[in-house]
Design a protein around this ligand. Structure first.
Ligand SMILES: Nc1ncnc2c1ncn2[C@@H]1O[C@H](COP(=O)(O)OP(=O)(O)OP(=O)(O)O)[C@@H](O)[C@H]1O
Length: 272
């Protein structure tokens, strides 16, 4: 399924949050949304998920305006992992993952706790078997993040919308999670802060700056020293990643004159 964002404007109390945002997440591709803090990434994802309505413009799912799609049908197609997911109920890992199966179950569905391959597969994929009976409040930040991803996968969606999916995850867990989601072949839209993870896993990047799209394309096209200077205000080297052949961003210093100087300028000179 393809997501097309077309000319979205959104303001809060006369402050523009998104400005004429248009971009596409093609079917089966991993599209990363990058940009500095406050540039509008989460707000854009919330428009795709219909949590907020744009003042103008549309989000299309395979050509259909998402506002015209019923809740259940939408939930069968699109799953989301929010930046700071939480649960008010004291559920176990297994029960939370099982919540993901509700949109696809008929009638009232199975009683919670009954065997389900979607749940087993998702728990297995995220390496959560040993935590299956643990309750939410006992989990670490990274474990909670994995549980929310497992819940989204148990939904068996065509589209996965992820807001900072590697938040709280250690380096191995982050690589595993993005590798796993990529391998599933879903349409993925993910807001990602780590530019090197974005470069490794995304087919395309959409760059937001102050609520507007300032670049869109393959990581090699988008992640240039000039763009990093203009958007993030950093001086960076962009090398060739030895394993992937894609871009490898090495931040060297902030350009802001008021910022503290580079703590180790010799190291910068050693970068080739
Ligand atoms: N309801 C709101 N009222 C006022 N301002 C808002 C509201 N929602 C978002 N904003 C502002 O809109 C801007 C974009 O927020 P958003 O959360 O989309 O940014 P982001 O790119 O996801 O940031 P981060 O990388 O820090 O998570 C921010 O300046 C934020 O303060």
């Amino acid at each position: 399924m393809t997501i097309e964002v077309s000319g979205i404007d959104f303001a809060v109390e006369h402050t523009a949050i998104l400005r004429d945002v248009s971009c596409t997440a093609p079917t089966g591709a991993f599209t990363g949304i990058i940009g500095p803090n406050g540039s509008g990434k989460s707000t854009l994802l919330s428009m795709i998920m219909r949590w907020q309505q744009p003042d103008s413009g549309r989000v299309l799912l395979d050509g259909r305006d998402v506002r015209g799609i019923g809740r259940r049908e939408f939930a069968r197609s699109v799953a989301e992992v929010e930046q700071q997911s939480t649960t008010v109920l004291e559920l176990t890992v297994e029960q939370i993952v099982e919540l993901g199966t509700i949109p696809r179950s008929s009638g009232w569905g199975r009683p919670l706790g009954e065997a389900s391959t979607e749940v087993d597969d998702a728990i297995e994929a995220l390496g959560l078997a040993s935590l299956r009976r643990r309750t939410w409040h006992t989990l670490s930040g990274g474990e909670r993040q994995k549980v929310q991803v497992a819940r989204a996968l148990a939904q068996r969606p065509d589209v996965l919308v992820l807001d900072e999916p590697t938040n709280h995850l250690d380096v191995a867990a982050g690589l595993h999670l993005l590798g796993l989601t990529r391998q599933l072949g879903l349409t993925v839209v993910a807001a990602i802060h780590d530019l090197n993870l974005a470069a490794m896993f995304c087919d395309r990047l959409v760059v937001l700056q102050e609520g507007a799209v300032c670049a869109e394309g393959a990581p090699t096209e988008v992640l240039t020293p000039d763009l990093l200077a203009a958007v993030y205000g950093i001086e960076a080297q962009v090398l060739v990643h030895p394993a992937t052949g894609g871009p490898l961003v090495v931040p060297c210093a902030t350009i802001d004159a008021a910022a503290p100087p580079n703590p180790n300028p010799r190291e910068k000179a050693d970068i080739r």
